[in-house]
Structures are given as structure tokens and as C-alpha cells.
Design a protein around this ligand. Structure first.
Ligand SMILES: C[S@@+](CC[C@H](N)C(=O)[O-])C[C@H]1O[C@@H](n2cnc3c(N)ncnc32)[C@H](O)[C@@H]1O
Length: 323
């Protein structure tokens, strides 16, 4: 992974201390020893055609890269074939030189729910924790962020991001193969930190909140999205095993409990800006993600329940200010 464009953007900023460990972290996060299929994905990336990007739109529901002249039918089919070697594509959608990547998630729905409620991103340094393949990171850039760093420990998603970036050319957006636990202590460097779809995967949600706080400058904004349940500030669900077939789901608080957790972690000016049930228009199997999806995770006789008998997925978005 070539990070030569990132390093100068970190030098002489509050991000500089991270540079001491970052190269080693990136190397470990993409080590062939740890991830058997990495070589296959890298080979797919190497097959991507070099096409000069023309029009690019990071500020629309479909993150798009186009160019003139467009690809002919055969070239388009070949590009689709290469991109499909990186399946499953979960977050999107994207359109790359006429190839529409119809991802499992319409991630634009989530962006629509939060984009007008957050501090404008223009000129801000942004961290997108658990960014997946970086769909929202592109949208943050489209909203004017000066620098976006996404982190995600899944190398496939990092490869998908690289595939998209291959076509955009240099842009101040990066996805690094790291988990939140790799962030240096007390960095306090970002103007906005997003943690979306991550908290319920953490065994210790309070530690997660403290880690997010350590990434934010004083007065910086946290945008946190997570699964919630209905209930008062003492209501928290810990599933016995899976939740909507997802492994590694630990704590699902009510929105009021989540706000209490944010207060206890020291955040100020905490607001709940949205609660929405996930629908089958937002998360579904497609030609680019052929495994089971939400429809199969809900009780066929009662779509308000998961197949394990819990309430169906309800997601909430919170905004808070770092002290
Ligand atoms: C449900 S997805 C959310 C993706 C995206 N943020 C969104 O909201 O659409 C959760 C992501 O968190 C990542 N993740 C899992 N453990 C993590 C950790 N310790 N630190 C950062 N990200 C993590 C997963 O690889 C996955 O891509």
C-alpha cells in the first residue's frame, strides 16, 4: 500500500505522532501470513485497467467515476469481471466507468439520515472508524473534508477501497487496515470522528467511547451510529448468541442508555438525531453480494422479529461534542 501521499498530510499536524508507528501497523494489517486470500485480491487489483478519470462525483448517492470516451461493451464486461473478484461488496453503491456496483447495503440511506445534522465537514480532518470499503469516507470527502482517514481491520474492504481509488487518482482519502485499538493514545487530532456500525461489535462499548474521545480534538464532533432497542436508560440487550445472524454482537443499548453511556464517557451536547428500522430496501442480497441478507435474518412470519426472536434491527445516530 502506497501511503506516500498520506504522510505529508500528517506531518506538522497533530497527527504526526501517529507516523512513528503507522508504517508497521499497515504492514501488519496487510500481511500475507495473516490473510490467505490477500494475494488473490492483490492480483485482481493489478488487473484493473488504467483509465484516465474524467467526471467524479463523491457528493451523490452513487459514488461515481466516469470518463470520456466511455468503455466499450467488452471493456466494461472485463472491468466488471475483475471487480467481482473482490466480492462480496457490502457497502456502496458505486459506478465505475459505467459498471454499477450494486452493493448489499444502500449506504447512501444512512448518509442521508445524518448529513444535514452534523457539523459541516468543509476543511475538517475526519476519522471514519470501521469504514468498511470506504463508501462513507468518499461521501465525507464529497462534503468538503480536508482529509479523511478510514480504518477497518478487514483486508478485503481495504482492497475494495483501493480498487475504487485506483480510478480516482490521488485524493485526500485513505483506508488503512487497522482496528480502533491500534489508534495511538491521546492523539486528539481529528475534528470529526465517525463510528458507524462498530459499537455493538465491541466487547467493551465504554472503552470504545473512550478510544473515540481520544481521537477527537477538544470541541470535535463524534458521530456515532449503532443498533439500539426500545426502552429506558437501563435497557440493554446482550444476545445469547447471534443477533440477526450476526456474530460478535455484544451490547445493544436503548437510545436513552446510549446517551447515558456518552455522558459517562464525558461527551457534551449529546443529541439523538435519528432512529430508523433497517428495511429490505436498505440491506439486501444483490448480484455483488450473493449470500443471505436481511430478508433471511428476519422471522418470515413476523418481520418485526429477527429469526432469533429479538426485535428487528433498529439503528440510531447520535452526535456529541468531545470535552
Ligand atoms: C457494520 S460495518 C459498518 C461499516 C460502515 N461504517 C457503515 O456504517 O456502513 C462494521 C465495520 O466495522 C469493522 N470493524 C470490526 N471491528 C473493528 C475494530 N476493532 N475497529 C474498527 N473497525 C472494526 C468491520 O470490519 C466492518 O467493516
Amino acid at each position: 500500500m502506497d501511503l506516500s501521499q498520506l504522510y505529508p498530510l500528517m506531518t506538522d499536524t497533530a497527527l504526526e505522532p501517529w507516523l512513528e508507528i503507522l508504517p508497521r501497523q499497515v504492514e501488519a494489517g496487510l500481511s500475507n501470513d495473516s490473510y490467505g486470500k490477500l494475494a488473490e485480491w492483490q492480483a485482481a487489483l493489478a488487473q484493473l485497467p488504467d483509465i484516465q478519470a474524467g467526471n467524479m462525483d463523491f457528493n451523490a448517492d452513487i459514488v461515481s467515476i466516469g470518463g470520456e470516451p466511455g468503455l466499450d461493451k467488452k471493456e466494461k464486461a472485463r472491468l466488471e469481471e475483475i471487480l467481482k473478484k473482490l466480492m462480496p461488496w457490502r457497502k456502496g453503491p458505486y459506478r465505475v466507468h459505467g459498471v454499477y456496483i450494486d452493493t448489499e447495503w444502500r449506504s447512501d440511506f444512512k448518509w442521508q439520515r445524518l448529513k444535514d445534522a452534523i457539523q459541516p465537514l468543509a476543511g475538517r480532518r475526519v476519522l471514519d472508524v470501521g469504514c468498511g470499503n470506504g463508501y462513507h469516507s468518499w461521501r465525507m470527502l464529497g462534503a468538503g473534508a480536508e482529509l479523511v482517514i478510514g480504518i477497518d481491520p478487514s483486508p478485503l474492504f481495504v482492497m475494495q477501497f483501493q480498487a475504487i481509488k485506483h480510478f480516482t487518482g490521488p485524493q485526500p482519502v485513505f483506508v488503512l487496515p487497522l482496528g480502533i485499538e491500534a489508534m495511538p493514545d491521546s492523539l486528539r487530532a481529528f475534528d470529526t470522528v465517525f463510528s458507524m456500525g462498530v459499537l455493538y461489535h465491541r466487547r467493551s462499548p465504554m472503552d470504545h467511547l473512550y478510544q473515540l474521545k481520544q481521537c477527537l480534538k477538544q470541541g470535535g464532533e463524534l458521530v456515532l451510529e449503532t443498533l439500539v432497542i426500545k426502552g429506558d436508560e437501563h435497557a440493554v440487550l446482550m444476545p445469547e448468541d447471534r443477533y440477526a445472524q450476526m456474530r460478535n454482537v455484544w451490547f445493544i443499548p436503548s437510545s436513552r442508555a446510549m446517551m447515558l453511556w456518552l455522558r459517562r464517557a464525558g461527551f457534551k451536547n449529546i443529541r439523538l438525531i435519528d432512529e430508523t428500522y433497517t428495511g429490505v430496501q436498505e440491506q439486501r442480497a444483490t448480484d455483488w453480494m450473493r449470500f443471505h441478507s436481511l430478508e433471511n435474518f428476519l422471522d418470515a412470519d413476523d418481520m418485526s422479529r429477527t429469526i432469533e426472536g429479538y426485535d428487528a434491527p433498529l439503528r440510531a445516530i447520535f452526535i456529541a461534542e468531545a470535552p
